[in-house]
Design a binder for this molecule. Structure first.
Ligand code: 8Y4
Length: 283
């Protein structure tokens, strides 16, 4: 059970899907440089109807080479959308941001989860997350978004990611944030080669020693392109295979652009996982 603000909870006894909603001018343009809010809202409602448990709203691209965005610009992109989404539907919104000011305003607009690819390392971020009573996804990244894919190096990627997440969990607990509000994520593609990503997916069960629900995001990423030779929009099948393996290996939340198909894949993988556990531990 993940504890959310305002007494709400998210049941993770079965794995769930997080749908990606990027509100950047290249995603939901109104023809100019503004966000078409009704188009973005329609995409969110569609993902909820398809079975997404969480909508992950992001106003800043973390892709290598993306332009930096100011606090004001990021707020202008995400806040109106979060307000309408939370006002019109009973849904769980996560805010994908590294900026404490955006975290605070998004939580006040209704966001329940802070999804920070920088694991609350920005000055003031952990204090905001604690004060807003938000749930938090702590993700591992080596380096910074602009340069992280240049030459990622690890002695042991599984050990180093696990040690980093352990330190960030400890920092949150020291700030008074209960473990029941925390999620962990190995950060596929964030300062990792294909070999690193495959090793993390294969060894995902080792992160269960941290005793927190695991979130994974591999949808459409470069690792799937490297494995299949396919373009970004043709990676759905590869993403379903990755999501299936992640759930088999213990993931509780799968972040994806392809919600309907991933909901089905997660159901199949979870059912087989339960059957395997029933055999190994008869009741
Ligand atoms: C095509 C489409 C190619 C998207 C690459 C991408 C994660 C995340 C991202 C993740 C968590 C992305 C915000 C990168 N990835 N948050 N965010 N975990 N928790 N790239 O893996 O989607 S953005």
């Amino acid at each position: 059970m993940l504890e959310l603000p305002r007494g709400r909870r998210l049941d993770l006894s079965s794995p769930v899907v997080m749908g990606v909603l990027n509100v950047t001018p290249d995603s939901f343009s109104d023809g100019g440089r503004h966000i078409g809010i009704d188009t973005a809202l329609a995409a969110a409602y569609r993902m909820l109807d398809e079975g997404a448990a969480i909508i992950d709203v992001g106003g800043e691209s973390t892709r290598p080479g993306a332009d930096p965005v100011s606090v004001a610009e990021e707020c202008d992109r995400v806040l109106p959308l979060i307000e309408r989404l939370c006002g019109e539907r009973d849904c769980i919104v996560s805010i994908d941001t590294m900026k404490p000011e955006v975290m605070r305003e998004a939580c006040r607009a209704g966001a329940a989860i802070i999804n920070d690819v920088n694991a609350l390392q920005a000055p003031g971020a952990i204090e905001v997350a604690a004060a807003e009573n938000a749930a938090i996804c702590l993700m591992h990244m080596q380096g910074e978004p602009r340069t992280m894919q240049v030459a990622p190096v690890y002695a042991s990627v599984v050990d180093e990611v696990g040690a980093f997440l352990g330190l960030r969990i400890a920092a949150c607990l020291a700030q008074g944030i209960p473990a029941s509000r925390l999620l962990i994520d190995p950060g596929f593609g964030f300062g990792k080669t294909l070999a690193h990503n495959l090793e993390l997916l294969a060894h995902l069960p080792s992160f269960q020693s941290l005793h927190l629900p695991i979130l994974v995001g591999m949808s459409r990423k470069g690792m799937l392109g490297q494995l299949t030779g396919r373009a970004v929009v043709d990676r759905t099948a590869a993403g379903l295979a990755a999501a299936t393996l992640a759930v088999w290996n213990g993931a509780s939340i799968v972040r994806t652009h392809d919600v309907a198909a991933t909901v089905d894949a997660v159901k199949v993988a979870d059912s087989v996982r339960r059957a395997a556990q029933a055999v190994s531990a008869p009741s």
